[in-house]
Design a protein around this ligand. Structure first.
Ligand SMILES: NC(=O)c1ccc[n+]([C@@H]2O[C@H](COP(=O)([O-])OP(=O)(O)OC[C@H]3O[C@@H](n4cnc5c(N)ncnc54)[C@H](O)[C@@H]3O)[C@@H](O)[C@H]2O)c1
Ligand SMILES: [Zn+2]
Length: 695
């Protein structure tokens, strides 16, 4: 490959990962691997500057603006930071600074590098008026309503020394606790999980519904002050003043004089950062004096007066002591590795403390499914490598096969029966997970189904959360969702139970006093008014998530119509495929499920939808699939969707090889267009679409 080709190839690759990362909040490769690619490109460009593409990713801030929000120009550009993973490069940075400052004395401020998204806030006459994302560095998305959900951000500041207009910058992030809660919820809703808190923060700050953003518990650490008029002489001064005005300054920062002290700071936080309640991915080093910052200036992409040192994900050996099998709500069986440190090889397992990794003791790692066991070719007794990076759940990245000659190992035998109820496990064609088919009696499945039933997006009986279901289940009082409707004041009052949290070892006492009981019963009574589509979702039919339930409810209008629908009738519904249809049929064929529905109906739960039926205009689009993207002249997107459906077509959510038409409006994302072109999807305009349905 010639250097030109290599430069083009690398640029394209980096653009691809950039668009995934910034637009879709997905990391397909690790930050380390991404940064290697970028470093490789930079090196090539330095050797052959004439081949550098004008819009090379080495010259631009990686983010983009979206079409979902107002676009706002930044008063001061929002740049990225140059980064490094090693100390030598940090020393090189220090050399450049020294040369750049002609031997003047200088100081550094070291700060933690929080892993979230960069935000900018504008205050006018002390009032918070605007919040914007970094976007492409020049322009960003205006997300004022969403950033106002950050409780620690002052909506108004009072001070005589403040300029009329000033800007504050900081890192918006999702605390680990919120992240875990969010992912648990996404899991119970059958939706895709966020890979790490950064992606979750980025996705959540850019939601259209700020109510939902508020619920997600986001926060922000402030690290910068900007104004036309100079107010402070140094970064340190500005941080102290900001703190005084009530801003949530990032904790842990320190002023130092030498690069050795910077490196000491880095070592100090390497482990300690693992104990923080949020994700960090490194340290930021900044020149303290604003005068000196100006002297050093900027490259096209980042300041010359700052650098980020990024920690590599820590990877350590551990011993795989045994494997447990957990049964989830849907019956899926997940293998979980029990680990010990290599020094704890001969210790009995209940004494083991685990591997010390990024500040925490790790004793467990998910092994996902039987395929993963095979892929890793892993055995009990093996020395394995464990890694904990942005994700919270540690993962096993490989096996040190050389250790097998020294220590005995034995094969992992995936169970053939359910560890909870003893039923023979099954695996569906084309699926990776084994599952327990005994959905009517397997305890974790029963309990999981009740927990799903009361979920906010299902029957919304929030008064029953946090251990109360567990209590009622363990006492045998609520074994199916229908049992909830038989609960009475007398039965509930005075119930008590101690619940042990296995992770923390702490015991929590739950007891039902008058107020609690009233709340529970009120919640249950109110649930009789939630619409049919929620009820359908609440039943927990496999593959029937909230969106599918909504579609089925809108189409069939009642539980009876869905129950009596044939397979063909089911798959005729837009976006309902064979897998879902089959799952629905098999759900209704189980006598316990039929009973459950009858009991819920008798209890007064909504089994019909009162929305008006869809009128069919034609079937000219029958068998045709569409994806709608961009902005249109004559229609809102939802109207277009209706138009397609009433003419017999189906609307899909993503571009794939199966798609027939991409209905492209103005301002649609280039990535989608590109993908559609590659896959040979026909791209049509609004006018062409209207022609298609003209019958
Ligand atoms: N894995 C992938 O596919 C992929 C794709 C694209 C980018 N990335 C990662 O993202 C990086 C590029 O992102 P970036 O341009 O946002 O750079 P960056 O995240 O490495 O550094 C700049 C950002 O750090 C943040 N920051 C946190 N704490 C700060 C502090 N105390 N002071 C100043 N800034 C602070 C700010 O948001 C700032 O914009 C890449 O180096 C790569 O690691 C990964
Ligand atoms: Zn079971």
């Amino acid at each position: 490959m010639t250097p030109v080709q290599k430069i083009q190839q690398l640029s394209q690759k980096i653009e691809y990962y950039n668009s995934k990362y910034y637009q879709d909040s997905i990391s397909e490769i690790s930050d380390f691997d991404f940064d290697q690619l970028l470093a490789e490109l930079k090196e090539l460009e330095d050797k052959h500057p004439e081949y550098r593409l004008p819009d090379s990713p080495t010259q631009r801030v990686g983010g983009t603006i979206t079409k979902n929000f107002n676009t706002v120009y930044h008063r001061f550009p929002m740049l990225s930071l140059d980064n490094t993973y090693n100390e030598q490069e940090l020393r090189n940075f220090d050399d450049r600074v020294r040369r750049g400052l002609d031997g003047e004395a200088y100081e550094y401020i070291c700060e933690l590098k929080f892993d979230g998204i960069s935000l900018s806030f504008t205050y006018e006459n002390g009032v918070l008026v605007r919040g914007v994302t970094r976007g492409d560095g020049t322009r960003g998305d205006e997300i004022t309503n969403n950033i106002k959900t950050i409780r620690s951000l002052p909506l108004r500041v009072k001070s005589d020394t403040l300029p009329a207009i000033f800007e504050i910058r900081g890192e918006g992030f999702m605390p680990l606790s919120s992240f875990q809660k969010l992912n648990a919820e996404m899991e119970s809703l059958g939706e895709n999980l966020y890979a790490n808190p950064r992606n979750a923060a980025s996705g959540s700050f850019k939601l259209q519904d700020s109510g939902e953003t508020a619920r997600r518990g986001l926060d922000c650490y402030i690290y910068s002050f900007l104004s036309e008029k100079e107010v402070f002489a140094s970064h340190e001064e500005s941080l102290l003043a900001l703190k005084g005005w009530g801003f949530n300054i990032s904790p842990g920062w320190r002023k130092v004089q030498t690069i050795d002290e910077v490196i000491a700071f880095i070592h100090e936080w390497e482990d300690k950062r693992g104990t923080l309640p949020l994700a960090t991915d490194g340290i930021v080093v900044k020149i303290n004096s604003f005068e000196q910052q100006r002297e050093l200036g900027f490259t096209a992409k980042s300041p010359r007066w700052a650098i980020a040192f990024k920690y590599k994900a820590e990877n350590k050996p551990a011993i795989l002591r045994s494997v447990n099998y957990q049964v989830g709500r849907t019956g899926a069986v997940t293998p979980v590795a029990n680990l010990s440190d290599i020094t704890e090889r001969d210790m009995t397992y209940n004494k083991v403390r685990g591997v010390h990794l990024s500040g925490t003791q790790v004793k467990r790692a998910t092994l996902h499914n039987a395929n993963e066991l095979e892929r890793l070719d892993i055995r009990v007794g093996d020395t394995v490598f464990v890694e904990k990076s942005g994700e919270i759940i540690p993962k096993i990245t490989g096996v040190d096969v050389s250790q097998r000659a020294l220590f005995p190992t034995e094969p992992i035998v995936f169970p053939v029966t359910c560890p909870e109820c003893g039923s023979a496990l099954q695996r569906n064609e084309g699926e990776v997970a084994f599952f327990c088919p005994n959905d009517s009696h397997c305890p974790p499945q029963l309990k999981g189904r009740i927990e799903h039933f009361i979920h906010r997006k299902a029957m919304n009986i929030e008064s029953l959360g946090e251990g109360k279901i567990e209590l009622l289940f363990d006492l045998g009082m609520v074994m199916t969702p229908a049992d909830l409707y038989d609960l009475t004041y007398e039965k509930l009052l005075g119930l008590e139970k101690n619940i042990l949290n296995e992770e923390t070892g702490k015991i929590k006492k739950i007891s039902f006093r008058e107020k609690t009981v009233e709340n529970i019963l009120n919640g249950i009574a109110l649930s009789k008014t939630v619409p049919f589509k929620n009820v359908l979702f609440a039943l927990g039919i496999r593959f029937v998530g909230a969106t599918v339930a909504e579609k089925l409810a809108a189409y069939f209008k009642s539980i009876d119509a869905i129950r009596s629908a044939t397979y063909e009738q089911l798959i005729a519904v837009p976006e309902i495929g064979g897998r879902i249809a089959q799952s629905i049929e098999s759900y209704f064929s189980v006598p316990e499920n039929q009973q459950l529905i009858e009991r819920l109906r008798v209890a007064g739960v909504q089994m019909e939808s009162d929305e008006k039926p869809v009128e069919i205009e034609s079937n000219v689009l029958e068998g045709k699939t569409f994806v709608i993207s961009g902005v249109f002249e004559n229609f809102e997107r939802d109207d277009l969707k209706d138009k397609i459906e009433v003419n017999g077509g189906k609307v899909l959510s993503g571009v794939s090889g199966k798609l027939n038409y991409l209905l492209a409006g103005a301002n649609m994302g280039p990535a989608k267009l590109e993908k559609a072109r590659k896959l040979g999807v026909t791209i049509i305009s609004e006018a062409e679409f209207l022609e298609m349905i003209q019958v």
